[in-house]
Design a protein around this ligand. Structure first.
Ligand code: GLA
Length: 406
C-alpha cells in the first residue's frame, strides 16, 4: 500500500513538471529572451546621425536621402547600418499622452519601413527631461509610452540625451552629488527597462556628456554606448581635444558597452582631408561608435574613401572589442595602440602640431619583436621596420596608421 502511495506522488510530480516545461516552451516560442548587451552591440555601432550636418533643419526627405545614399555610396557595404534622426523630430502628445512626430516627419512608420526596406536599421532620439536640448518634447513622465511607440514604429536604436532632466536633478539634489548621480542612473535605467519591456531589441545610446565617470556605471544602467565628452564640432581643435583626451578609458569598453567620444565630422568641411584621416584613425583606435555626421547624399570621393577605408574600419570593428590607449607621447607627437584579435595591434602615429614632424615608432613600445610585419592602413601597402624601428614624416595634424603583426 505504502509503495502505491509513493509512486502516485512521484507520478503527480512528473505530471506537474511536464506542465511547467510545456508552459515554458510555449512562452519562449511566443517571446524570445531580450538580447544581451553583447548581442545588441557586439562591436561599436556604425551608422549616420542627422545632427552634425542638418541639426534642427532635418526633415523626412533628408533622412530618406541619407538612407538611400548609405546604400548606393557603399557605406552600408563597409559596415554602416543605423540611420539615426537626432533632435527636432518630435511633435505633440495626443490626449492619451502618446508622442507624434512634427510636420517635418509626416509618416514616421513609413519612413522607418523605407529604411528597413534598404536593409538598414533605424534610430531615434529623446531625453529623460520634459524638453530635449533643442526644446522639443522629451520623454519625462511618458517613458513607457515612448518606448512602446518606438517599438511599434520599428525603432532599433535610441539616443537618450540628458538635456532638461539636468535641471530637474539640480533642483532636487542641489549640491548632493550622491543624489544627483542616483537620479541620473535611475533616469537611464527607467528607459532601459521600458525598452526591454517592449521585447524589441533597441540599442541604448546614453548621452549625458561624459560627466560623473559615466564609463563606470553606464553599462550597469543598460547603456550600450555612452558619450564620454561634451559636443564635438567640425574643427581640428575640438576633435583633437576630445579624441586625445580619451586616454585611460580603455578598460571600460568592450562588446555591448562602448565609450562614445561623439559622432564623426568627416566630410563636413571644417577640417582638411588629413585632419579627417586623423579623426577617423583615432576613433577607430578608440573602438568608438562610427556614426557619420555628414551629408551622405553629397560626399566627395575623398570623404567616402576616408569613411569606408576597410582596413581602418576593421580596426574599429575588431571582434576582440578592445579600446586602444596612448603608449607614447613627446611634445606634439603621440603614439596610440589597440590590441586586435589574433595578437595583432593597430598603431596610430599622430602629429598634433601645425608643422610636419618626423616620428620614430619602436616595436618595443608595444612589446613586439624587431622582425614584426608592418602595414600602412591609409596607403594600403606593407612597410618595413629597420632594426625594430619605423621612422616616418607626419604631415601637420596628420597620421600614419599601421597594423602590426608578429
Ligand atoms: C546635445 C547632444 C548633441 C545633440 C543635441 C541635439 O547637445 O549632445 O549630440 O543631440 O543635443 O539638441
Amino acid at each position: 500500500m505504502k509503495m502505491k502511495t509513493v509512486s502516485s506522488a512521484v507520478l503527480r510530480r512528473f505530471a506537474a513538471l511536464g506542465v511547467i516545461l510545456l508552459c515554458a516552451s510555449t512562452l519562449s516560442a511566443q517571446k524570445r529572451p531580450y538580447p544581451t548587451a553583447a548581442q545588441l552591440a557586439p562591436t561599436p555601432p556604425m551608422g549616420w546621425n542627422s545632427w552634425n550636418h542638418f541639426a534642427g533643419k532635418v526633415d523626412e526627405a533628408d533622412v530618406r536621402a541619407a538612407a538611400k545614399a548609405m546604400v548606393t555610396s557603399g557605406m552600408a557595404a563597409a559596415g554602416y547600418k543605423y540611420i539615426v534622426i537626432d533632435d527636432t523630430w518630435e511633435g505633440q502628445r495626443d490626449a492619451q499622452g502618446f508622442i507624434h512626430p512634427n510636420s517635418k516627419f509626416p509618416d514616421m512608420p513609413g519612413l522607418i519601413a523605407y529604411v528597413h526596406s534598404l536593409g538598414l536599421k533605424f534610430g531615434i532620439y529623446s531625453s529623460p527631461g520634459p524638453r530635449t536640448c533643442a526644446g522639443y518634447p522629451g520623454s519625462y513622465g511618458h517613458e513607457q509610452q515612448d518606448a512602446e511607440t518606438y517599438a511599434k514604429w520599428g525603432v532599433d536604436y535610441l539616443k537618450y540625451d540628458l538635456c532638461s532632466y539636468g535641471e530637474i536633478i539640480h533642483k532636487a539634489a542641489g549640491d548632493d552629488l550622491a543624489k544627483n548621480l542616483a537620479m541620473q542612473k535611475a533616469a537611464y535605467e527607467k528607459m532601459h527597462k521600458a525598452l526591454e519591456s517592449t521585447g524589441r531589441p533597441i540599442v541604448f545610446s546614453m548621452c549625458q556628456y561624459g560627466t560623473d565617470s559615466v564609463w563606470k556605471w553606464g553599462a550597469g544602467v543598460g547603456g550600450n554606448l555612452w558619450r564620454t565628452t561634451g559636443d564635438i564640432n567640425d574643427t581640428y581643435r575640438r576633435m583633437a581635444a576630445i579624441g586625445f583626451n580619451q586616454a585611460g578609458l580603455a578598460k571600460f569598453a568592450g562588446p555591448g558597452h562602448w565609450n562614445d567620444p561623439d559622432m564623426l565630422e568627416v566630410g563636413n568641411g571644417g577640417m582638411t582631408d588629413e585632419e579627417y584621416r586623423t579623426h577617423m584613425s583615432l576613433w577607430a583606435i578608440l573602438a568608438a561608435p562610427l556614426i557619420a555626421g555628414n551629408d551622405l547624399s553629397a560626399m566627395t570621393p575623398v570623404t567616402l574613401s576616408i569613411l569606408t577605408n576597410r582596413e581602418v574600419v576593421a580596426v574599429d570593428q575588431d571582434r576582440l572589442g578592445k579600446e586602444g590607449d596612448r603608449v607614447w607621447q613627446q611634445g606634439p607627437l603621440q603614439i596610440w595602440a589597440k590590441p586586435l584579435a589574433g595578437g595583432a595591434e593597430a598603431v596610430g602615429l599622430f602629429n598634433t602640431s601645425y608643422n610636419p614632424h618626423i616620428v620614430t615608432f619602436k616595436l618595443s613600445m608595444i612589446g613586439f619583436p624587431a622582425g614584426a610585419h608592418l602595414r600602412d592602413l591609409w596607403k594600403h601597402e606593407d612597410v618595413q621596420a629597420t632594426n625594430g624601428e619605423y621612422t616616418v614624416e607626419l604631415p601637420r595634424h596628420g597620421v600614419v596608421m599601421l597594423k602590426v603583426t608578429r
